[in-house]
Design a protein around this ligand. Structure first.
Ligand code: NAD
Length: 291
């Protein structure tokens, strides 16, 4: 099945990256959010990020103009019914995602494939509440989307092969690499990454090391480009905690117990870069460790 038109729901930090790479690969994009402000901001961010690619010689100016002209924003979810593929990337809350799919269903073409960029919610459960569980799967991009090479493709229990193949071809056309994951809590990347971040927070909590010594150890000792606490701030501490809770609840193993210090940061509203403070304080020019 050929995909021409892609509907993207949610114009947050992931949605703008997804719209960027999908439009740059030549697809028409219908880009939806409940907030006009979010859509306007997303277009400005895409424009700025594409401009950076032009100045680095990674994209030419006419390709940028073409890509931007292929993105049509809309506050009306039913308009996305014309799309061949929907990528839902709204807020990580199951009730929000479920309502989006329910509202879309009456407007969809019979062939439309539904996907979600969720980091942790069960694909099988989201799919089971639609009229097409065999045409439903996880399409999980990494942050920041224009830079990161990987897309995790997650099959729900009912996902059929033509649906998987169609999504795989989209990933190839984006010039990215797909890794296939079965639908278990947090899939592959976050199943491995989040316990490491959580362990880094325990290491801090138990006083084994300071923020600086933990991040320096992992950067210089294991060649990671970012330390685990810096990375947690980049992802968002609320997101990290939510994923640890999904692992803990879904796998019922105490090894996934979220560190109480991570919970405390989230309770304080210190969610990382997006709120200006997390394991580092970003309010000055140079980030300062908060412990
Ligand atoms: P975000 O908070 O930056 O953006 C969410 C957007 O969804 C907002 O613009 C909001 O207005 C919009 N929205 C909320 N309800 C909506 C509705 N009913 N219809 C349309 N739009 C709606 O969040 P984000 O970081 O972009 O995350 C989006 C999804 O991507 C989540 O499922 C998240 O788990 C996943 N994800 C996030 C990351 C990450 O590093 N942040 C990485 C991979 C996947």
């Amino acid at each position: 099945m050929e995909i021409r038109k892609v509907g993207i729901v949610g114009a947050g930090q992931m949605g703008n990256g997804i719209a960027h790479v999908i439009a740059a690969a030549g697809y028409d994009v219908l880009f939806n959010d409940i907030s006009q402000d979010a859509l306007d901001k997303a277009i400005l961010i895409i424009d700025g990020n594409m401009e950076r690619q032009v100045s680095k010689g990674k994209m030419d100016a006419s390709a940028k103009a073409d890509a931007l002209s292929r993105i049509q924003t809309t506050l009306s979810l039913p308009e996305l019914g014309q799309a061949d593929l929907i990528i839902e990337s709204a807020t990580e809350r199951e009730t929000v995602k479920q309502a989006i799919f329910e509202d879309l269903l009456p407007h969809l073409e019979p062939h439309t494939i539904l996907t979600s960029n969720t980091s942790s919610i069960s694909i099988t459960r989201l799919a089971s509440r639609t009229d097409r569980p065999e045409k439903f799967m996880g399409f999980h991009f990494m942050n920041p989307v224009p830079i990161m090479q990987l897309v995790e493709l997650i099959r729900g229990i009912a996902t059929d092969q033509p649906t998987y193949d169609a999504c795989f071809s989209v990933v190839e056309r984006l010039g990215k690499t797909a890794a296939s994951s079965e639908d278990f809590p947090a899939f592959i990347v976050n199943r491995i990454l989040m316990p490491m971040i959580n362990e880094a927070v325990y290491t801090l909590y138990e006083g084994v090391g300071s923020v600086t010594s933990i991040d320096t150890s992992m950067k210089l000792g294991t060649n990671h480009p970012m330390g685990p606490l810096e990375l947690a701030d980049f992802i968002g501490l609320d997101t990290c905690l939510a994923i640890m809770n999904v692992l803990h609840d879904g796998l019922a193993d105490t090894k996934y117990r979220p560190c109480p210090l991570l919970t405390k940061y989230v309770e304080a509203g210190w969610l990382g870069r997006k709120t200006g403070r997390g394991f580092y304080d970003y309010r000055e020019e140079v980030p300062v460790p908060t412990r």
